[in-house]
Design a protein around this ligand. Structure first.
Ligand SMILES: Nc1ncnc2c1ncn2[C@@H]1O[C@H](COP(=O)(O)OP(=O)(O)OP(=O)(O)O)[C@@H](O)[C@H]1O
Ligand SMILES: C[C@@](O)(CCOP(=O)(O)O)CC(=O)O
Length: 193
């Protein structure tokens, strides 16, 4: 998937609401393909790094899935929006190889479609509110009803939709065609070298 000298062969751009399982699913893909050929990139990585530095916060906890980051989420969203208004590609540019785990806005996806039209595949991870609650989610006004969570709810036809629920087909089964595409991309990359 990662083209070391040329362009990436495939960019899977994942989106999904809080606690839908974006990190879980993208980690699974990376484990299957190997981290030497598949990088998982979080648009929120550089955002959190810069935000932590400016505010004297713990980056590891902001990158994790616990309560710490939720205390700062609303302010991080605003802070990130101001940066994106100045430059919509600011965070996307840093994520140009492999699997992107957290597109949240149409502008994120549009950037990948315009820069990598042939390689970009959009993937939505979906879970019911009940399941997300079991994973620690609870509705927070100003976050769950705003663009960061809802920006991709209705305006996009995703290439793939993954249902991350215990009563859905296994992730292994649902991810099979995506992994097949990724394995083909890895072979193409190997042929380039
Ligand atoms: N299929 C699954 N089986 C078991 N645990 C899961 C599954 N999917 C997600 N989880 C667990 O649910 C929690 C939330 O998942 P994850 O962090 O991947 O969600 P996310 O969409 O990345 O959330 P956020 O937007 O808050 O970063 C994690 O503890 C994760 O391990
Ligand atoms: C501030 C923000 O990047 C936080 C994302 O955190 P996470 O992907 O839920 O771990 C969300 C956003 O950019 O709107």
């Amino acid at each position: 998937m990662e083209a070391r000298v040329s362009e990436p062969k495939l960019i899977l751009v994942f989106s999904g609401k809080r606690k839908s399982g974006k990190d879980y699913v993208t980690d699974l893909i990376q484990n299957r393909l190997g981290s030497d050929v598949c990088g998982v990139l979080r648009l929120s990585g550089p955002l959190k790094q810069q935000y932590a530095q400016e505010h004297g916060l713990d980056l590891d906890q902001l990158m994790g899935s616990g309560l710490y980051k939720e205390q700062y989420r609303a302010d991080m969203i605003l802070w990130g929006e101001i940066r994106r208004q100045q430059d919509p590609g600011f965070f996307c540019r840093l994520a140009t190889r492999g699997v992107v785990s957290d597109a949240r806005r149409l502008s994120d996806l549009q950037w990948f479609w315009s820069e990598f039209p042939r390689q970009t595949q959009s993937v939505r991870v979906q879970s019911s509110d009940e399941t997300r609650q079991q994973r620690g989610w609870s509705f927070s006004a100003g976050v769950d009803d705003a663009e960061s969570e809802c920006g991709l709810d209705s305006r996009v036809e995703f290439d793939w939709i993954i249902t991350n629920e215990t009563n859905a087909p296994s992730l292994e089964e649902q991810l099979r065609p995506i992994l097949k595409l990724a394995e083909e991309a890895v072979s193409l990359t190997a042929m380039d070298q």
